[in-house]
Design a protein around this ligand. Structure first.
Ligand code: ARG
Ligand code: GLU
Length: 715
């Protein structure tokens, strides 16, 4: 019985792939693989309308926003829309207790009020190209390290050639685990100004409670403007810069969405792992996700308590909290989704199918048997080391905040020891630059609690051989209880003003003395242990796994020859397509595909921070003052569709069959968060902000309707 069901599931899964809603496709290969199907599903344009090197196409209106989001141009004057959570740190940077744009929102009422953002950039893709032949040229008779070296060298040459005239930034990235390579060439703009953001009570409505969940009512958008010099070229901030004239921007549809409508998401998905072997799925769902969830439970509890007690701490820690909570929650959904799919069994079934294929064509014994034997033994070691790595990463490198400063000072001390004066000066300077930002968002009592909660987890959960002797000695001497007093509070790092002075005026000798500082010494012991005993082993075993993965992937490509196959996401421009549809999360429950303003009022609760609806929005609701955004007496807010998306797709344009913007992607449904590893067409849905809600807020809520004049609205 069980066998029959999993067999059927495999068939269903492969049919699902044929009518692909699954997949993040390469824009320049759409014509070959996807266009016919897209058109069957309701797409009315051509592949060139999406991507064309010679003429303006949709791809010219899609950008990388900041370091990890997508954004799109929506006017001829450089106006850009992305998510509120993507603009969050910029909005936060302009916020103070007096001018709290995070809480109250921000709307420039004219160009001169738009706010510049240090460090923010927007990248336009000029072109992409399959450079596999050039990358593999001269590697035919090489293997192992030598081959990797040659590939690196070729890749560097290609990159340098593409960047030659100084106008572009180029990247060569592997696809299919290094069985193919693509070149991506970008033009990067750095004068990006904040134009508008709703209050967090709208842009982050539902907060971390509703995050990753449907039904959803978040107005998750913010507006920016790209500025250029007089020749429309990138330039650093200057009041003389002018709005950028894009080659292409998205027209905005007011026609709305209906079940079954074609949808396309065009953006930058970050990372997926569709081809992982069973062992990696296993360690992820049964070890890594649970480990990291457990550590973050503690971090979140500490930070939440302090944020609730003090509005200043709320502002300081809001972005940090959201970041920690986001993956923490996704991992929980991922575990349950993978369990429900019987992911490991499915992977094993797939591996069996692969083996049968290889046996049939006589390649199993010579080529692939060793690959799977390798996985079998390598993952035993990997599992152990990745646990240590996860704990170090969550607690030492991204947990206790003071360790961040310790890490920077430690780096300076190391350069002093190496007598690398240039590096010493440079690191001093960069630390001085970042320390102000650090202090701004640092609350020592909160960090002390983090230290007290997190440090004991290292000793209790990791084998001593993964821990530095110095730390073990300290806890033997003082116990974890006294570490705060004897170590943390004795450190110069808690007196950041003093530290700043030493960095500014202290001699190298003075700086080198900080080696004895208790927190710096403790950090250094972890750092040394990590870099000498953990990383090298982990890298070595990961390299073996990757080499085998490359062979396995080549085998899969061979096995699936002639069928459309998409490479894992790697933060490059991709197209996902599907249709507007709800889903059945569990027995007896069906989710509608859209939500409305009414649902916001139903969630309203002034006592709960995440659900405290602003008065102005209530007023519009009570007066039914909806203007042209009303549909059947309601204002649409969000909708779900079956597009395969992941982190990085935040802010991506969601486009209808006519190539018009119908919404801005911002999330996935809880029941489908395992789609990075395994896609389930029944339950994987992306969540989109209905563009009409954004327009309603800009126009009716904020009174910034003047911005609509520069948009191309299609009725
Ligand atoms: N889950 C979405 C994403 O992965 C939104 C995250 C931001 N929102 C939040 N409440 N933390 O990025
Ligand atoms: N919110 C995610 C992001 O920041 C997108 C949601 C997802 O992971 O699908 O990219």
């Amino acid at each position: 019985m069980i066998k029959i069901t999993s067999f059927l599931l495999v068939i269903l899964l492969s049919i699902g792939q044929l009518f692909a809603k699954e997949g993040m496709w390469i824009p320049i290969l759409l014509k070959k693989y996807n266009l016919a199907e897209m058109q069957r599903m309701g797409f009315k344009l051509t592949a060139q309308d999406i991507y064309d090197v010679n003429n303006a196409s949709m791809k010219d209106a899609v950008v990388i926003f900041g370091g990890g989001c997508t954004g799109e141009l929506i006017s001829n004057e450089g106006l850009l829309i992305t998510n509120h959570h993507c603009g969050y740190s910029s909005i936060q940077a302009h916020s103070t207790v007096e001018h709290d744009y995070l809480t109250n929102g921000f709307w420039a009422m004219n160009r001169s009020e738009e706010l510049p953002n240090k460090g923010l950039s927007v990248s336009f893709l000029e072109y992409m190209e399959d450079v596999s032949d050039q990358i593999f040229a001269g590697t035919e008779n090489l293997s192992g390290e030598e081959k990797e070296q040659k590939i690196k060298e070729n890749s560097k040459n290609i990159q340098e050639k593409a960047e030659k005239d100084g106008k572009f930034k180029a990247q060569v990235k592997p696809l299919f685990y290094g069985n193919q390579y693509f070149l991506y060439v970008y033009k990067i703009y750095t004068d990006i100004r904040l134009v508008g953001a709703p209050p967090s009570a709208i842009g982050k409505f539902g907060g971390d409670t509703d995050n990753w969940m449907w039904p959803r009512h978040t107005g998750d958008f913010s507006l920016f403007r790209v500025y250029a010099d007089k020749n429309n070229e990138p330039a650093k901030y200057s009041p003389d810069n002018v709005p950028y004239k894009p080659k292409k921007f998205f027209p905005i549809s007011l026609k709305g969405v209906h079940p079954g409508d074609f949808t396309m998401v065009f953006g930058y998905p970050g990372r997926t792992m569709q081809y992982w072997p069973s062992q990696e799925v296993d360690v992820t769902m049964n070890q890594r996700d649970p480990d990291r969830i457990k550590i973050r439970d503690k971090k979140l509890a500490v930070i939440r308590t302090d944020m609730e007690a003090d509005p200043k701490v709320r502002i300081q820690y809001s972005a940090k909290y959201a970041g920690i909570s986001n993956s923490w929650k996704k991992w929980q959904g991922e575990i349950s989704g993978l369990k429900r799919l019987d992911a490991i069994d499915r992977k094993l079934a797939y591996e069996k199918e692969f083996k049968a294929w290889a046996e049939k064509n006589g390649t199993w014994e010579d080529e692939y048997k060793a690959v799977f034997d390798g996985f079998q033994s390598d993952f035993k070691k990997y599992d152990e080391y990745i646990r240590a790595n996860d704990y170090y990463s969550e607690i030492v490198f991204r947990g206790v905040e003071l360790f961040r400063l310790a890490g920077q000072v430690n780096a300076i001390i190391k350069s002093i020891e190496k007598e690398d004066n240039k590096k010493v000066a440079a690191t001093r300077k960069s630390m001085l630059n970042s320390i102000l930002g650090f202090m701004r968002n640092y609350n020592q009592p909160t960090d002390e609690k983090l230290f007290a909660e997190l440090m004991p987890m290292l000793a209790s959960d990791l084998n001593n051989r993964f821990l530095p002797a110095y730390y073990l000695k300290l806890i033997e001497k003082y116990g974890h209880d006294k570490l705060i007093e004897k170590v943390y509070r004795k450190s110069v790092l808690t007196d950041t003003e003093k530290l700043k002075k030493i960095l500014e005026n202290g001699s190298n000798k003075q700086l080198a003395k900080l080696k004895k500082d208790p927190v710096i010494a403790l950090y250094a012991s972890f750092y040394n242990k990590y870099t000498t005993d953990i990383t090298p082993e982990l890298q070595a075993v990961s390299a073996k796994i990757r080499a085998n993965m490359k062979k396995y992937m080549a085998g899969i490509m061979e096995m699936k020859k002639g069928q459309p196959l998409y490479p894992d996401a790697n933060f490059t421009l991709r197209v996902a397509y599907g249709k507007v549809e709800g889903y059945k999360p569990k027995d007896g429950v069906t989710y509608n595909y859209y939500t409305t303003l009414k649902g916001i009022m139903e969630k309203d609760n002034p006592e709960i921070y995440d659900y405290d609806v602003p008065d102005r929005l209530k007023e519009l609701y009570n007066n039914k003052d909806y203007g042209r955004y009303e549909v059947d007496g309601e204002v649409p807010v969000c909708f779900t569709a079956s597009n395969h998306t992941t982190g990085g797709n935040s802010g991506s344009p969601v486009v209808n069959g006519d190539g018009e913007l119908i919404g801005v992607n911002f999330d996935r449904c809880w029941e489908g968060t395992m789609s990075d590893i395994m896609f389930d067409p029944e339950r994987c849905r992306n969540i989109t902000l209905d563009i009409r809600y954004a327009l309603f807020l800009i126009d009716k809520f904020a009174g910034a309707g003047y911005l609509l004049n520069e948009m191309d609205l299609v009725e």
